[in-house]
Design a binder for this molecule. Structure first.
Ligand SMILES: NC(=O)c1ccc[n+]([C@@H]2O[C@H](COP(=O)([O-])OP(=O)(O)OC[C@H]3O[C@@H](n4cnc5c(N)ncnc54)[C@H](OP(=O)(O)O)[C@@H]3O)[C@@H](O)[C@H]2O)c1
Length: 294
């Protein structure tokens, strides 16, 4: 995995770096997340993001807004091939036949015959008799037939990743995990780094909590940036892939304006020192999370 400049920069648009995944495909390091955007508001938000210059959208079956993502793409008039689209398998559909059926439903909802990246959303180690390996083998089918250009996982802990490495033939291209200044998720990040698995950091600005953090505010004031920009820049310099969510056109643009400044080593360390370990999580612990939508 390595950084390299994006192909095809858009005139007047920020130059988002691309990360090369372990299968040779590239992913824009900064994208737009649509968790908790209402289905009926998703097309507008996605179109605003694409108009601002984002070329990477992160959705999931669980968010109920894949159709809005597809609509936003068509509304913005951006060619499908220009946009990196990720979706994720919902927790109810880990059984192979369910996964195959619902993957097709994802493609239909997005209005595309492929996704750039498809993930198992949660490992659910206490469900399905602890079997996420057979689910992963179904994602391998999607990669083999080209309908998923890359496949990966989300919320996988080190033992879960080890099982995939030992029992299957495909190393996940990414692991999408909770990571932000209050919860660095260092052990999983380090394991991923050592095994060529790119890290995607979800809730990168801790769902807005960093905005009022006194230390991040002080850094932001010193550098003439906003707290969200400081935190997102910190992720990028760590090598994390991020996709902040916003429904505000102004904040959508703000979160993309990250490529004309840098944080020095002391500032990077100051933000890393905000890590509270497991106490800093804002989401569930993947070892015990077992929620399945009704
Ligand atoms: N794999 C998983 O299990 C998982 C879990 C959670 C999230 N995710 C992914 O990660 C993406 C991002 O995470 P997230 O949506 O949980 O949280 P986030 O991006 O860290 O934060 C979003 C929150 O911050 C606010 N915000 C955004 N930009 C801001 C700015 N510049 N200044 C002030 N406030 C700002 C947003 O409000 P406004 O909308 O009002 O601006 C929203 O309330 C999701 O959309 C989803 O794609 C994945």
């Amino acid at each position: 995995m390595r950084n390299r400049p994006s192909r095809g920069s858009i005139k007047g648009m920020p130059q988002v770096p691309a990360i090369t995944l372990n299968n040779g495909h590239t992913i824009p390091q900064l994208g737009f997340g649509v968790f908790q955007i209402k289905p009926e508001e998703t097309a507008t938000a996605v179109a605003a993001a694409l108009e601002a210059g984002y070329r990477h959208i992160d959705t999931a079956q669980m968010y109920g807004n894949e159709a809005g993502v597809g609509q936003g793409l068509r509304d913005a008039g951006v060619d499908r091939s220009e946009v990196y689209l990720t979706s994720k398998l919902n927790n109810s559909f880990h059984r192979p036949d369910d996964a195959r059926r619902e993957f097709e439903r994802t493609l239909t909802a997005l209005g595309s015959d492929y996704v750039d990246l498809f993930l198992i959303h949660w490992p659910l180690p206490t469900r399905y008799d602890g079997d996420f390996v057979s689910t992963w083998k179904v994602l391998e089918e999607f990669a083999a037939d080209g309908r998923a250009r890359s496949i990966g996982v989300s919320n996988f802990q080190v033992p879960h990743l080890n099982r995939l490495l030992e029992e299957t033939g495909t190393v996940p291209a990414v692991n999408q995990i909770e990571a932000h200044p209050y919860f660095g998720n260092g052990e999983v990040r380090e394991f991923c780094r050592a095994h060529g698995i790119a890290v995607e950091a979800w809730s990168p600005i801790a769902q807005g909590k960093v905005i009022t953090d006194p230390q991040i505010l002080a850094i932001a004031e010193r550098l003439g940036r906003t707290p969200a920009q400081i935190t997102l820049r910190w992720h990028l310099q760590l090598g994390n892939i991020v996709f902040p969510k916003s429904v505000s056109p102004q904040r959508i643009r703000e979160n993309l304006a990250l490529f004309d400044f840098e944080l020095d080593g002391d500032t990077m360390a100051q933000i890393a020192a905000l890590d509270e370990g497991a106490a800093g999580r804002i989401g569930p612990d993947p070892d015990v999370f077992d929620w399945i939508p009704a």
